[in-house]
Ligand binder design. Sequence first.
Ligand code: NAI
Length: 304
Amino acid sequence: MMNKLSKVNFENKVVIITGAGNGLGKAYALDLANRGAKVVVNDLGGSVDGSGSANTPADDVVEEIKKNGGEAEANYSSVSTKEGGDAIISTAMDAYGTVDAVVNNAGILKDKSFVKMTEDDFSAVIDVHLKGAFYVSQPAFKIMKENSYGRIVNIASPSGLFGNFGQANYGAAKMGIVGLTNVLAIEGAKYNIKVNVIAPNATTRMTEAIFGEEMGKMFKVEQVVPMVAYLASEVCEPTHEIFSVGAGRFARVGISTHIGYFNPDATAEDIDSNIEKIRLIENGTFPMNNEDEFAIIQQAIQRN
Ligand code: NAI
């Protein structure tokens, strides 16, 4: 066990980590437990494409945490239903009486180029990633509101933020999680509920084929853990932010708007002749809610 006086510690804190039976989620669970958290290790125990289920992945992680002297409780529910989300919260409440932090990490892939993607491929991925984050976060958020304390760490992906061939379902789900994060952060602000999102890169069963052996060695799951530990902890400063994390690089990702082109009477032809100006990325500002952007538009009106 780590020294309980470490700055980023989870003494008396209850943390739910979904999809914590493998890969990144497992690494988060082991580290947070080592830092004193009581961890609910949720995992359905299926394969990367979401098929099958097993108790062993969650059980094995719980056993490892206990062997290290930590506290953990397993839960095998799917995050992709309301009942599943409620059951995960119940496991935390029954075992430890509260919820302080949630890491929405469970995930699957069903990659296909867009025209070949079936409705099931699309829905299944939305259900686990995006609706899963909703089903688990909503009951947790209610508890956090009552406690005037909470941390939610959502897991997006570069595939959502930037795009990746064959991942229309996954990209949409992951960018949806960014939207969910934005709103939960705004609604949670006055209750000291901080909500952030990371886009990780690490070698797991989900990505090993993509990274290959050489690259794979440079993207270790352990290198993503520190950011999640920080964001899930009491010392976390930011809320409503996006971070890219991988291979030892930690960087904020911003959604920015730029100077643009102003013309209240613009025609499609004006857009055509000013498209370079409209597209120019320079002197960006980062609106943190709708009103921020509205203020930027008003400034443009006043300037012109
Ligand atoms: P992984 O496949 O090793 O772990 C995902 C875990 O989620 C598995 O243990 C799986 O059983 C569990 N799971 C799947 N569906 C579930 C459900 N309905 N309910 C409960 N548990 C469920 O994959 P990895 O790489 O550790 O991924 C973790 C998260 O990070 C995912 O959300 C993934 O999309 C995201 N991510 C990973 C990246 C990487 O480079 N590894 C890149 C970008 C995002």
